[in-house]
Each structure stands twice: as structure tokens, then as C-alpha cells.
Design a protein around this ligand. Sequence first.
Ligand code: NAP
Length: 475
Amino acid sequence: MKTDLYINGEWREGSEGQRFDVFNPADETVLASVASAEIADADAALDAAEAAMADWAARTPRARAEVLRKAWELMTARLPEFARLITLENGKAHADAIGEATYAAEFFRWFSEEAVRADGLLTHAPSSGARIMVQHKPAGLAVLITPWNYPAAMGTRKIAPALAAGCAVIIKPASETPLTMLALMPLLEEAGVPAGLVNVLPSRRTGALVDHMLHDPRVRVVSFTGSTSVGVKLLHGAADQVLKPAMELGGNAPLIVFEDADVDVAVENAMIAKMRNLGEACTAANRFYIHEDIAEAFTTKFTAAMAALKMGNGLDKDVDVGPLVNADTRDKVAAFVDDAVAKGAEIRLGGVKPDGPGFFYPPTVLSNVPDNADCLQDEIFGPVAAIQTFTDQDAVIAQANDTQYGLVAYVFTENMKRGLKVCEQLEYGMVGLNRGLVSDPAAPFGGVKQSGLGREGGHEGMLEFMETQYISASW
Ligand code: NAP
């Protein structure tokens, strides 16, 4: 297991020798002691990244693409290894961990294909007749900051497009889950990533370390996935050097089931939207709005599906629901349930925090959740479904849009004309229409309002790491 800092292709202890523990959330034991980066380590990583980028950016797009393709091949061959490490440090069930490792690897394949398609433009200026030439160039050194809920995929979703674009990166993984990103580094070396191009700095001095890097004149991009509150701080920090920001922030996803939906399809997909990654996902369905005519049928079937899930250590392949990542997250979920129940919600399933060890919370279904329940205002980030009913289409759309977030919404109806119209009325960066899963490396992932800025994946993902240059020419 790799536990030191990864700078310039070398494993180094932190410059001040500090380390911190990483825990297994299934049994609360210490998994590893990891080196903690300090300012001097950030400077070393910046020097290495600057030196590596000059050569990397000058390589042909095809040469960069082939390294990324090799990374996809190597990671795909080692999915069980990565899945095991993801489960050990994050807790998620084996199937979720395999799903994440597969998704994470796919970003290398997708961006190996995008690397050779940074299309520009050549056209005539309508009035002057000059030629307008547009090309995309690597934006510069990128600082990447990732959360603990997808220790592999949130990193590769940034590393792959950055490398495809010709940028070097320094990645600061979440302190709960730094091991997966460190484990990826030998694989990238084997794929042909040169020393210094990708550097990993776990740290307990997070705020000061990242702020220092955002103020280094060599840095041009900050790409962050995490909470809106930290994203806002980073945007302030990025403003001083006018950095190019990409922000993938929090969500509060509504899931709307109309009376003309196929209830079985809605239940099956609501299970995915709620329980993938045991609800610890920015895309997790947070507010269920079910039409009154089918509410009981939906709730009964959904509750049965939730009751069939097995909770336990995620390493056990029969387990569907592992522990939450830490005690704070588990306690926050429990507090949401207690608050909703105190305000009048009915518990249809779960709702009782089990004794430890391990940060477990059972699949929970709440119906008749009142409007003033805290879990409707904020991300639950756990295996709890909060169900309300509705009768009026315009009113439910207004309710769904009544949040500062705008990441993803889910809509279920068999009437496609209605469904597409509702999709357009929803103020969300992504909508799942009769689907509980929107994440796809080939699609632009991202939110509006306080859910973020920019897009990851799709064609847009690489542009986050490129600048557009326009040349006005005559010949
Ligand atoms: P978080 O507390 O915001 O932490 C995310 C990352 O930011 C971690 O690496 C953390 O480092 C770092 N960080 C914390 N304070 C910082 C500061 N002052 N300056 C610079 N970096 C700082 O979020 P989380 O609890 O790990 O993740 C859950 C959140 O992520 C949820 O809100 C979820 O919706 C969001 N998320 C969004 C997406 C998306 O694509 N939109 C995807 C996944 C998750 P330390 O660990 O060292 O504190």
C-alpha cells in the first residue's frame, strides 16, 4: 500500500514528517498512516509539474492519447484490486466499488479518444474578410481537489481530461480516502505518464496548502469536486489570480414520479438514484415527489426493495449497503431522520442507528415528510428516502426548482411529450428521464446555480483544461 506523497514520480515523506491515519469505516480500525504534505511539498510538486508539462504539452495529441488508452487498459485489468481498496477506505459495497473503478477507468478511454479531437475553426470574418482562426491550447498547471465519496472516479474525471489537453496536475485527495489515488500512480507510470506530470499531495493542512497553490503564478486552473461551502472559498481564492475554475458541488436532487409512470420502472430506477453508493452521491435522489394516485403503490414496492438490501462490511460480496464514511456523516443522516420524524414524518423502514463498530445506518424510508423537514433543504448523503406526494404538475416543478442547488433531477412518466417539457422546465444541469443514472464519461456532467460551474466528461470536459486562442489573419 502506497502511503507517502507522490512528487515528480518519487515517493517522499512530507517535508515536516507529519502523518495522519486513514480508517476503515466498517470496523473503525486504522488502515494506514499517510504522509501529510506541507507548503514546501507543494512547491516541490509545482516545480515538478512545471518541468513535466513543457514536454507533455509539446507531444502530439496521438502520443498523449496512447498513454491514456494504456491507463484504461491497465486499470480495467485491475478492477478488483482498486475496488477492494475503495471499499476498505470508503466503506461502499463491493458492487458499488467495482462500478466506481469501471467508471473511473472509462475516463482514460474516453479522453484518449477526445485528445485527438480538440477541433478549432477557420472562417471568414463577415465584414472585414479577415480569417478567423480558433484553436485550443493547454491552459496550464491544474490543481485538482477531490472528495471522499468516489476516491477513484472523482480523480480520473479530472486527471484524464487534463492530460488529454496537455496539462500537468497536482491532486489533493480527500483526507478520508487518499489511498486509492496513491495506488493509481504506479499504474500511470506503467502507462507511460512521465515523472512530474501527475503529483499527489494528501494533507491535513488542506486549506493553507491549496490556498498556497492557488496563489502560485504558474497555476492556471483549479478543478474542485466537493461541498458548495468549500467551493465558494476556493472561488474566492481563485479570484486573486483569475484562475479558470471548474466546480462540481453539492446537490439536492428531486425525483418526480407522475401518475402515468410505469411504477416498476420508477421503483427500479429510484433504487439506483437513491442507493448507488449508499446515497453518498451528489446525484443521489434527495426529495421524492410521488403523484398521489400511485403514491401508495410506489411506496410499498420501493420499501420492499429497500428492505431486501443486506447491510454489512462492503468486502463481503453479498452485501448491498456498507457503512457510511465516518461518524459525522452517519450522525448527520441520523439527525435528518430524527428531525423529520419529530416534525411528523412516518417511518416505513429503518430509522434506527445500529450499535458499532462501524459507521452503519440502515436503508430508511420516510413518508409524509413535512415541508419544513431539514432533509428536504440539504443533502442527506445517506441511505434515506424522504417521500412526499403531489397532485399538480406546475406546483411540483416549482417545488423541485425551489432550492439553491441545480445538479440533477429525475422524472418518471410514460408520456414523452410531457416528460421532455418537464425536463426543460427543471433548473438542473442534468435530468434523468425514466432513468436513475445519469453519470457517463461521454456526457457533460455538472450543475447550475450553487451546484457548480463547468462540466466534466463529454466533449466539454477537456475544454475545462484548455484556453481558446483566436488569431485574426490576412493572407
Ligand atoms: P468537502 O468537505 O467539500 O471536501 C472535498 C475536498 O475539499 C477534500 O479533498 C477536502 O480536503 C477539501 N477541502 C476541505 N476544505 C478545504 C479548503 N478550505 N480549501 C481547500 N480544500 C478543502 O466535501 P466532501 O465532504 O469530501 O464531499 C461531499 C460533497 O461533495 C457533497 O456536498 C457532494 O455533493 C459533493 N460532490 C459533488 C460532486 C459533483 O460532481 N457535483 C461529486 C461528488 C461529491 P480534506 O479531506 O483534507 O478536508
